[in-house]
Ligand binder design. Structure first.
Ligand code: NI
Length: 175
């Protein structure tokens, strides 16, 4: 099982590299990313969150429901995005147990490659659009806490440092 990188970590602040072509190695990575995302009860996961500096993310707006809707986006780029913003409570697998209301545009159109190197375009809004914007940010080293006030961000980062410390020491005990 892939290990999810917790914030704060320099890996999460890097701008990721585009793929020249999707190969079996990437398809294997994507399969493992889905396993890690579903295991962590997440709805989206970007490659840097598993320590890979590539422009790949996955999402499934139906991950917590019966009907799964897996999507894979490679080298994604926004074609257009709404002016109108909506507020929604976001979380992130790199920030377990932390949530915050974030304003983002609603409708967007995005183009990307799928796992078979096919060019795709998707226009969407609501939850799917929200996840896409959050994951796209990950590929540019932007985290949801970056939209918060410095005070709120610092509180979360401090708690995450403590959480990582405790997690590491409990892992040590197991060994
Ligand atoms: Ni995230």
């Amino acid at each position: 099982m892939l290990k999810i990188v917790y914030a704060p970590d320099p890996m999460l602040k890097k701008v990721c590299e585009p793929l020249s072509q999707v190969d079996d190695h990437h398809r294997d990575l994507i399969k493992k990313m889905f396993e890690a995302m579903y295991e962590a009860n997440g709805v989206g996961l970007a490659a840097p969150q598993v320590g890979i500096n590539k422009r790949i993310f996955i999402l499934d707006s139906g991950a917590r429901e019966e009907e799964k809707k897996p999507l894979i986006m490679i080298n994604p780029s926004l074609v257009s995005i709404d002016d109108k913003t909506v507020s929604y409570e976001e979380g992130c697998l790199s920030f377990p147990e932390h949530f915050a209301e974030i304003d983002r545009p609603d409708q967007l159109t995005i183009k990307y490659l799928d796992e078979n190197n096919k060019k795709k375009t998707l226009t969407t809004d609501g939850f799917t659009s929200r996840i896409i914007q959050h994951e796209l940010d990950h590929l540019n080293g932007i985290l949801f806490v970056d939209y918060l006030s410095r005070l709120k961000r610092d509180v979360i980062i401090r708690k995450m440092k403590k959480f990582k410390k405790e997690n590491n020491s409990s892992n040590d005990k197991k060994i």
